[in-house]
Design a protein around this ligand. Structure first.
Ligand SMILES: Nc1ncnc2c1ncn2[C@@H]1O[C@H](COP(=O)(O)OP(=O)(O)OP(=O)(O)O)[C@@H](O)[C@H]1O
Length: 522
């Protein structure tokens, strides 16, 4: 019954905001259009479609707002006017009663709150649809008091999320079946991805693990601080981490006044991003200014502070390699190579014609080279490439979409800090060094080291494996082949030995003759 009522509310909101025009525009069933025209007779719609969609999602509640935020990053699927409007969605909800935070913590740790924390601030510092943050003090393993931030999950979210997701899934099914664009847009897949993403966000242990991994990765870079996780105080519903004290990155005037080198800050942001992406293949993918602060503490002055680790992106070795090569080929204007890389990496179907893709990519990229390099937005180039790929039946990989979104965030942030920031010259030495590492002896040595334990295990087993193989193959052809091979190998070895001994003997002979000749001279 509840599901029915919720479904009814959704239809009402869709009709009130005139979204039937958007939803039904590609539907092939004329009776649906006539029917909605009749039931919405006399309706006036003044705002553009993107604004109406944003307002509708806001009125449907936080889960739909989150859905809109996720959709805004899928610029490979959304028309630009809608994506821009969805990007304005704010996850603003009133805080929940602190008594609920306390109850959640007490349930998680099965102790009264004053036995969990030395002190706990009931008024939250921030509140969003999924969680709320409070400050507190704990006693760590060494008995020291530590200031912490406590993230508490909003209770009862799971059933609400599941109900809304079920309705979204149902609607996506209709769109896929009835809309002419259904096959390309893959709405059911989009909802399934959102489902995964939301359920991940409901597990704060996962977020804590992301933070711990990023902190370890970034330790030697010395440009960014990531809160320490207090694992003894973590639970799927509660995350306790070091409390950070920084100035929000958006307060540039305050940072400048405090003496922070702002252009360096912009360059450091790019370095951090490229290190996370290309060195580690593990990057913070929610880099909006609300999650970034700058430290003014004398020991860590001018360093970034990263917060909120709910969304991270991961890249495989081959993704990283192809991306780096793409960037380098792009800056050399080698569009053929860019096209070949897209095919080799499997980002476009193998039967794509290189020259067609090459000329489409040229049309995307060439206009950028009329501008100074510092004005080229790599995020924008990637976005255009994705849009071009749509014509080539490409299914954009989710990790690349996350990367492109983060790149846009970083560029936006960097240029806000320093309008003269030249992203390419900041990134180029990094990428070139990385490529050298990938292809050079360092990489070979690293791979040998990685493989060594496997060889160490396999080598002593080799005679046994050989024997097993021979007995399995019995006296048949296989055995004869193998024996022939072994005989051949023995012959080759003998030949090599003869050559080496012969060569060494010849050299020794030459040296002795030279010595005798010299002795004669003296
Ligand atoms: N370790 C911390 N130290 C100090 N303040 C923190 C810390 N973690 C979070 N905060 C504060 O809480 C706010 C919200 O935190 P966070 O972004 O992690 O929550 P969220 O629920 O994921 O919010 P949103 O989804 O809106 O980004 C931060 O902007 C910051 O002000």
């Amino acid at each position: 019954m509840r599901r029915f009522a919720r479904g009814f509310t959704i239809v009402r909101v869709v009709l009130r905001h005139g979204l039937d025009e958007v939803v039904l525009s590609s539907f092939r069933h004329p009776w649906l259009h006539s029917f909605t025209r009749v039931i919405t007779f006399g309706r006036r719609l003044d705002a553009p479609r993107g604004v109406r969609l944003r307002l509708a999602l806001e009125s449907l509640g936080p889960i739909f707002v989150k859905f809109g935020q996720v959709l805004s990053t899928r610029r490979d699927l959304m028309p630009p006017d809608i994506a821009d409007e969805l990007a304005l969605l704010q996850d603003r909800v009133p805080p929940f009663d602190p008594a609920i935070s306390v109850a959640t913590i007490e349930r998680a740790f099965r102790r009264p709150i004053d036995q969990v924390f030395v002190s706990f601030e009931r008024t939250p510092v921030a509140s969003a649809s999924i969680a709320q943050v409070h400050f507190a003090v704990i006693r760590d393993r060494h008995g020291r008091e530590r200031d912490v931030a406590v993230k508490v999950l909003r209770p009862g979210m799971l059933p609400v999320i599941d109900r809304d997701l079920e309705l979204m899934g149902m609607t996506a099914g209709w769109v896929e079946r009835l809309s002419a664009d259904g096959k390309r847009l893959k709405p059911r897949q989009v909802v399934a991805e959102f489902d995964n993403y939301l359920h991940d966000e409901l597990d704060l242990i996962r977020e804590a693990a992301n933070a711990a991994q990023l902190r370890r990765n970034m330790k030697d870079v010395g440009l960014v601080l990531i809160p320490e996780i207090f694992w003894d105080y973590c639970h799927p519903d509660v995350l306790v981490m070091e409390r950070m004290n920084g100035v929000p990155i958006s307060q540039i005037a305050r940072l400048r006044e405090a003496g922070v080198d702002i252009p360096k800050l912009a360059r450091d942001g790019v370095t951090i991003f490229f290190t996370q992406v290309f060195r580690d293949g593990f990057f913070h993918a929610d880099m909006h200014p609300g999650n970034i602060q700058v430290s003014l503490d004398p020991d860590t002055f001018g360093r970034y502070i990263s917060l909120d680790f709910g969304i991270v992106g991961t890249l495989t070795e081959s993704d990283k390699e192809y991306l780096a090569q793409n960037f380098v080929a792009f800056f050399r204007r080698d569009y053929k190579r860019v096209a070949q890389l897209h095919i080799e990496s499997g980002w476009v179907p193998a039967n794509t014609r290189v020259n067609e893709l090459e000329s489409a990519i040229r049309a995307v990229c060439e206009p950028y080279f009329d501008r100074p390099l510092k004005e080229i937005s790599l995020g924008m180039v990637l976005l255009r490439l994705f849009q071009t790929s749509r014509r080539f039946q490409v299914e954009i990989q989710p990790q690349l979409v996350l990367l492109q979104k983060t790149l846009l965030n970083i560029e936006g942030l960097g240029r806000q800090l320093d309008p003269d920031l030249d992203l390419w010259s900041t990134a180029k030495p990094f990428l070139e060094k990385w490529m050298l590492d990938q292809l050079g002896p360092k990489r070979l040595w690293r791979e040998l080291q990685l493989e060594a334990p496997r060889y160490a295990k396999v080598l002593p087993e080799l005679p046994r494996l050989m024997h097993e193989y021979l007995s399995r193959r019995g006296q048949g052809e296989g055995r004869a082949e193998l024996l022939a091979l072994l005989a051949e190998q023995k012959r080759t070895n003998r030949l090599l030995q003869a050559l080496i001994y012969g060569g060494v003997g010849f050299l020794l002979g030459l040296i002795v003759m030279q010595l005798i000749a010299r002795l004669r001279v003296f």
